[in-house]
Design a protein around this ligand. Structure first.
Ligand code: MN3
Length: 205
């Protein structure tokens, strides 16, 4: 079955003014869709096409198939990114809050670290909060690279820092974009679900 563009998990106007309808029309409707179309073209007639997306991404990484890796990883990263967003964003609670406080000292300290990682990342890529070897870690990867292609890492939260993510609403001001998203429209319930999944995966090992 061909890969599909998942619908946004929120109404297209829901994140304004932090992320406008126009940004989402382009970022989801054109950029994210283009990765789906290109990946389907690359997969046409291949056995791999019937596999789950995560499996295709890992197979492409292993085979050194850059075009397939880049397009499929970008599909996954964008779908994950949309799930990380909500309006209005609540604050972390329960186990997630406990883990954030234990690792970073406070939510504010985590947001500052994510902001610095997003702003400091050179050129295109993604800033991530991951569970790495059992510990919450802030990191970033270049271009399409994704924690799901790295052994021992589970993603909890991401921020797209490709220029196409912010140019319509913020022009070249990546710091303003990162600050607006991180402080106003993060879906911490989704992040908490990812932490729970990462912890139960670890407990099962
Ligand atoms: Mn993007």
């Amino acid at each position: 079955m061909a890969l599909e563009l998942p619908p946004l998990p929120f109404p297209i106007d829901a994140l304004a003014p932090h992320m406008s309808r126009e940004t989402l029309e382009f970022h989801h409707g054109k950029h994210h869709k283009a990765y789906v179309d290109k990946a389907n073209a690359l997969l046409e007639g291949k056995d791999l096409a019937s596999k789950p997306l995560e499996e295709i991404i890992r197979a492409a990484a292993k085979a050194g198939d850059k075009p397939l890796f880049n397009n499929t990883a970008q599909i996954w990263n964008h779908s994950f990114f949309w799930n990380c967003l909500a309006a209005p964003g609540k604050k972390p609670e329960g186990e997630l809050k406990k883990e954030i406080d234990k690792t970073f000292g406070s939510l504010e300290a985590l947001l500052k670290k994510l902001q610095d990682e997003a702003v400091g990342h050179f050129a295109s890529g993604w800033a991530w909060l991951v569970v790495k070897d059992g510990a919450l870690t802030v990191t970033s990867y270049h271009d399409a690279d994704t924690p799901i292609a790295h052994d021992g890492e589970r993603p909890l939260l991401t921020l797209d820092v490709w220029e196409h993510a912010y140019y319509i609403d913020y022009r070249n001001a990546r710091p303003k974009f990162a600050e607006a998203v991180l402080n106003n429209i993060i879906n911490w319930d989704f992040v908490a679900q990812q932490l729970k999944a990462a912890q139960s995966l670890k407990a099962a090992q």
